[in-house]
Design a binder for this molecule. Structure first.
Ligand SMILES: Cc1ncc(C[n+]2csc(CCOP(=O)(O)OP(=O)(O)O)c2C)c(N)n1
Ligand SMILES: [Mg+2]
Length: 458
């Protein structure tokens, strides 16, 4: 059922996307500023060859991703900026949550930036993604400006879902959310994979879930159908080591999530290494298109608690978090790699970081960013934005079929003639019916004048 819902959502996507995503023109300035970074220097796009170490473990795979990869200077700038932008956005969310500007549920992604940034770098524009409630980073990379995300989180009409979704339900083109119920996005992502296969659009459904969700039954039902029908789905388990306050090893008999697809091949990836994630995702996408689903486990870590209401230190030690920050932070390790290979200088990194901070943090905390005065959605504003009513069913023009022989034993020819005269009258009746105005979205009023229906009554 959920899978069908996924197909339905995918097919309707263009319409709902347009309805959901609205950008106020006065925000354009900010959207451009926090948009993808473009280098303004004349420096040639230098590139380096790198060998990835301890990046992958395979399960039932003959082939494997490239561990020798190329990194261009322009890519390094892009990846660093994107990861910094997500980190800063999440820190700002925490700040705004404490100030009670953001309310409700709020799950932050700090520490996991290499996962979405690496995956997005490998995806084509036609590929789709769906994830859990920990969705801000994905929403940003799938094309929503930080401004529109923050407005959504602060329940403003200018938000990417007009303030109706909040932190857990953000949408973008080819991004099917932000889903609040643990694991619920997995059957839907499988359905989206079915939609890709049905449309033959050469796209893949990136379907993400957490280590906690990995123990749910609906995952295995999805695996079964995806494998049976060879759907182009990459199941991605973001193993951030905890499901709320429960360590992954306490919740799973087999915490090697990349092997949990059983008959589906899998791959473990160092989720703190953006280049490993990019390389593995490129491999998985190509393979999923040819051979069907894979399970990709990204081993990563979350710095904040499960959500803003969890301090995140009652079930793990502060030292553990500090240790990861110091030795395995995805942004720091990427920066070190670029410095070691002389792709960028310390000075250039400082500048990039400064740009991100100026464009983002300063405005967010300085209250300019979240439009505090912009209105919350009201029943009236929502009624105005409802989708148009479906067109009425088309009138029946087909004549009713008559049996070839009459039950009273009359001459079949006469029966045929009678049928034809009946059919004429039926056609005439049909014409009479169709002569009434039945244009899409119009209704007949008692005085015969057509009227556009009030969507509030639909
Ligand atoms: C069906 C359902 N069961 C339980 C919950 C409560 N819950 C919310 S998040 C969560 C843990 C999920 O952990 P994981 O899948 O590892 O994702 P993470 O939060 O680490 O990203 C639980 C049990 C829920 N929202 N929905
Ligand atoms: Mg988890």
């Amino acid at each position: 059922m959920k899978m069908l819902l996924g197909v339905q959502r995918a097919l309707r996507h263009n319409v709902s996307h347009q309805l959901l995503i609205r950008k106020a023109s006065f925000l354009d300035k900010f959207c451009k500023e926090d948009g993808k970074h473009k280098e303004k220097t004349d420096k040639p796009d230098k590139s380096v060859e790198l060998t990835l170490e301890n990046a992958f473990k395979l399960y039932n795979l003959d082939d494997e991703p490239a561990d020798c990869v190329t990194l261009k200077r322009s890519e390094a700038i892009k990846f660093y900026t994107e990861m910094q932008m997500i980190r800063r956005m999440e820190n700002a969310c925490a700040e705004l949550y404490r100030k009670k500007i953001i309310r409700g549920f709020c799950h932050l992604y700090a520490g996991q930036e290499a996962c979405c940034t690496g995956m997005c770098a490998a995806m084509s524009p036609e590929d789709t993604a769906i994830t859990s409630y920990r969705s801000h980073g994905w929403t940003y990379l799938m094309g929503v400006s930080i401004y529109d995300i923050m407005a959504e989180l602060a329940q403003k009409q200018t938000g990417c879902c007009r303030g109706k979704g909040g932190s857990m339900h953000t949408w973008a083109k080819n991004f099917f959310g932000g889903n609040g119920i643990v694991g619920s996005q997995v059957p839907i992502g499988t359905g989206i994979g079915l939609a890709h296969a049905y449309r033959c659009n050469d796209a893949v459904s990136i379907t993400l879930y957490g280590d906690g969700a990995a123990n749910q039954g609906q995952l295995f039902e999805s695996f079964n159908l995806a494998c049976l029908w060879k759907l182009p789905v990459v199941f991605v388990c973001e193993n951030n080591k905890y499901g709320m306050g429960t360590a992954a090893t306490r919740a799973a008999c087999n915490p090697d999530y990349y092997t949990r697809g059983d008959y589906i091949p899998g791959i473990w990836v160092n989720g703190m290494d953006i280049l490993a994630v990019r390389s593995a995702t490129e491999f998985c996408i190509e393979r999923a298109k040819k051979c069907g689903p894979l399970v990709m486990e990204l081993e990563t870590y979350r710095y904040y608690g499960h959500s803003m209401s969890d301090p995140g230190t009652s079930y793990r030690k502060r030292e553990e978090i500090e240790q990861v920050r110091k030795t395995n932070d995805p942004i720091t390790r990427f920066k070190t790699l670029c410095l070691n290979h002389k792709l960028l200088t310390e000075e250039e990194f400082k500048k990039l970081r400064g740009t991100v901070e100026r464009n983002l943090e300063h405005k967010l905390i300085g209250k300019q960013y979240v439009p505090l005065g912009s209105p919350k959605p009201t029943p009236k504003s929502e009624i105005k934005d409802l989708p148009p009513p479906p067109p009425p069913p088309s009138p029946t023009t087909e004549p009713e079929k008559k049996p070839s022989t009459d039950k009273n034993g009359k001459d079949p020819k006469a029966a045929k003639q009678s049928a034809s005269s009946d059919s004429k009258s039926t056609t005439t009746d049909a014409k009479t019916v169709s002569a009434e105005p039945r244009t899409s979205g119009k209704r007949q009023t008692p005085n015969g004048k057509s009227k556009t229906p009030d969507p509030s009554h639909e």
